[in-house]
Design a binder for this molecule. Structure first.
Ligand code: NDP
Length: 295
């Protein structure tokens, strides 16, 4: 049985480390300040926003929750974003996705100042990753790199396979692993739904990051002994034995893969808890950035 990467424990540890750093920063300058915008009443978004607010409170970060109705106009949202961009007391701005359908999320994200873009989705920040000089990295890929660091995974010269090419997970993590850096230097293959011969590609991987959103798409027969597995996928499958009628599984069949893996993230409790912790890290970074520039 492979060793389990305990994302929950690492995230907890990180939050307490960040809280100490925030305390010191607040003494020297002021309390870091995050603005979270939510439009509409999507139940999943409400849960995510709640966990972000809770984590901010644990870290000692001030958080403003800005709520808009589902029928908010683009101009109103832009006005608020401009206000927050120009407000010196705000360090980080996050717009909870998905947005109501009348809004173009790409345009909305581009309206956020890249220096306050703590979600790391602004094209400027995505470009900085490509350049090999990241500023704000999206929280999930950043959390994956942090887990690899904390479990002492050496990526240099390794064959890494990333399944998924989304802008928020697949592409940035692939680029970070390929970049010329201590936690990069891997030889990376990106797979997607049109990839031919994915089984062979997976069977040669030293590290697999799977972010496809397809329950149990990778099983034990597809991976080599000693592989390191980072399972990003969160999928609901029916389970009548539990009260809510479903349970969460990853993209990797944990039962058949874990005996072959040297390290593996479980779902839940692996990558998931890291995402919010990294948002806190990015918010502190945004606050520091402001004061660094002012000396
Ligand atoms: P997207 O749906 O945006 O992207 C999924 C990617 O997987 C696409 O590139 C798609 O290919 C590829 N894909 C789908 N099916 C297959 C297949 N059978 N074989 C190979 N590639 C495939 O998803 P996200 O990147 O946003 O999220 C991925 C998963 O990670 C989801 O389950 C999501 O819930 C989870 N997630 C978890 C987070 C966490 O904190 N733990 C944070 C963010 C996401 P193509 O491009 O060709 O369509």
């Amino acid at each position: 049985m492979g060793k389990i990467i305990d994302g929950k424990a690492v995230a907890k540890q990180l939050v307490s480390e960040i809280a100490k750093e925030v305390e010191a920063f607040s003494k020297d300058f002021r309390v870091p300040h995050l603005a979270v915008i939510i439009a509409g009443d999507d139940p999943a978004s409400r849960v995510y926003v709640k966990s972000k607010v809770r984590a901010s409170e644990k870290c000692g970060i001030d958080v403003d929750l800005v709520k808009f109705p589902a029928d908010i106009k683009e101009s109103e949202l832009f006005q608020k974003l401009d206000e927050l961009n120009n407000d010196n007391s705000i360090d980080g701005i996050l717009v909870q996705l998905p947005l109501p359908s009348q809004l173009d999320s790409k345009k909305v994200i581009e309206r956020i100042s890249p220096y306050k873009d703590v979600d790391g989705f602004h094209p400027y920040n995505l470009g900085k990753i490509l350049e090999g000089d990241p500023l704000f990295v999206p929280c999930t890929p950043l959390g994956i790199i942090e887990l690899l660091k904390r479990y002492n995974v050496k990526t240099t010269g390794k064959k890494a396979v990333v399944v998924g090419r989304s802008v928020i997970v697949g592409k940035p993590i692939a680029m970070l692993l390929a970049n010329k850096s201590k936690n990069g230097n891997a030889t990376v293959t990106i797979c997607h739904s049109k990839t031919a011969g994915i089984k062979k590609i997976l069977s040669e991987a030293d590290i697999i990051v799977c972010a496809a959103g397809k329950a149990k798409m990778i099983n034990g027969d597809m991976v080599k002994p000693g592989v390191i597995i980072i399972d990003v996928g969160i999928n609901r499958i029916k389970d009548e034995t539990v009260k809510r009628g479903y349970r969460l599984v990853g993209d990797v069949d944990f039962e058949s893969v874990s005996p072959k893996a040297s390290l593996i993230t479980p779902v839940p409790g692996g990558v998931g808890p890291m995402t919010v912790a990294m948002l806190m890290k990015n918010t502190l970074k945004a606050a520091r950035l402001k004061y660094k520039n002012k000396g």
